[in-house]
Every structure is written in C-alpha cells, then in structure tokens.
Design a protein around this ligand. Sequence first.
Ligand code: SAM
Length: 228
Amino acid sequence: MMSHPSRWRLIRYRNSVYRRIDRQGFKSLKRKYRYDEKKKYLRLEHEIWKHLHHAAMLNLDGAQPKRILDVGCGGGMFSVVCEILGHRVTGIDAPSDMYADMARVFKVERVVHTIRAFKSIPELNGPFDLITAFATKFDHRTGEDHSRRKNGRGLWSAAEWRFFLVDLARQMKSEGMFFFKLNKHSGGIEKGRILSKDAEHYFQAIGAKRRLNTICITKKQIEKMENI
Ligand SMILES: C[S@@+](CC[C@H](N)C(=O)[O-])C[C@H]1O[C@@H](n2cnc3c(N)ncnc32)[C@H](O)[C@@H]1O
C-alpha cells in the first residue's frame, strides 16, 4: 500500500494542472456558462483538489503509467490530474456542450457516448488497467430505458450491472480494476441508496470491496463469478 502524497507534493501537482490549462480559454468558458446549472464544475481550484484526492486514494501517484477509462468524465478534470501524474486517460460521457468545451480547454480525450442498460460500450483505445466513475448516474434509470421493471425507473438491477461489467471487462487488462463512487438515488423506494437490493447481493457475491458510496471490483473477480 502506497502512502498518501504529502500536502507539498499535492500543491506541486495542483500548480502543474494550472500550467497545463489554457487560462484564457477557461475564462471565456466561465463567462459563456455563467448561468448553466452545471457551472459548479467550473470551480477550478475545488475540482482540482477533489480529483487529486481521488487519484491519491487510488494510489496513482508514483504508480507505473496506467491506461485509465473514466466513465461519466464530465469536463475531464480527473483526466487532467491523472495525466499530470503520468497516466493516459480516455473519458466517456453523454453529450454536453459545456463538458465538451471544458475537455477542449483541458486538452483531454472525451468520447461522447450515453451509457444505457444492456447496451455495449463502443470499442475504445484500451486495454485499460483501471476503469473509474465518479459521481455519475448512468445506473439511475430514466423513462427511456428498456427496463424489465414496470415503471422503468430506479437503480440498475444485478442483471444490468452484470451486463455492464462483463461488457467493459473485455476492454481491460487481465489485472484490471473498476472503481466507482456512486451517487445516491434521489427518489422513490430506492431514495438514499446507491445500489438496488439485488445489485448489492451481486456485488457481495463477486467479493467487491464496498466502503460508503465506493465500490472496487477486479476483472478477475468478474471472470471467476461469470466463469469466463
Ligand atoms: C455529477 S457529473 C460528475 C462528473 C465527473 N465524474 C466528476 O466527478 O467531476 C456526472 C457525469 O455523468 C455523466 N453521465 C450521466 N449519465 C450518463 C450516461 N448514461 N452515460 C454517460 N455519461 C453519463 C454526466 O454527463 C456527467 O458528466
């Protein structure tokens, strides 16, 4: 287990992030999206620290260079931070003008794709060592999803998670790992939960590590469970 980087080291990385970003371009973005509901993601200092802590939690500081896929990458700040630490990142996210503009200013790769239950992810330029997702809601069903539940809402069931993990595991290295920090559901009977009951049992059966709203699973655990 690696130790958490010192505060000074983190400050150095934070300064490197600032140097990498086109500050004029970023200022124009702040003006352009000043009334956007997602404008909180333009608080640069806050976002840099948030993702520096995520990277530290995942022991990415001082690690061998990794190929990382960040699902629901938003504007790509986690990608910037990881790249400063020597890794190569592909982000994938639903269409959004603001996030696309941010990714351009941050100079990160952002593939536009909306994740849907029981639909494969397009072939990306992996294979990946690590697949992350921070604060996303791709597993919160919308009315558009083809769902086996009558109202089509709520959190993904085990079947949907299973499809997603097995599908993405194809694009991972054999020692690959998933790390998800999930958002709580905001309504209905699953309000306050991050996983539906049967998804919770599925993750337990796989042997996933669960801590608060985070889940960590290896490709090997999925292969063992699925006999692949
Ligand atoms: C709360 S933001 C978090 C952004 C970034 N991960 C972070 O931590 O700063 C949630 C992100 O998930 C993306 N997202 C939500 N549903 C998605 C889906 N079905 N497919 C792809 N991306 C999705 C949104 O577009 C948005 O960028």
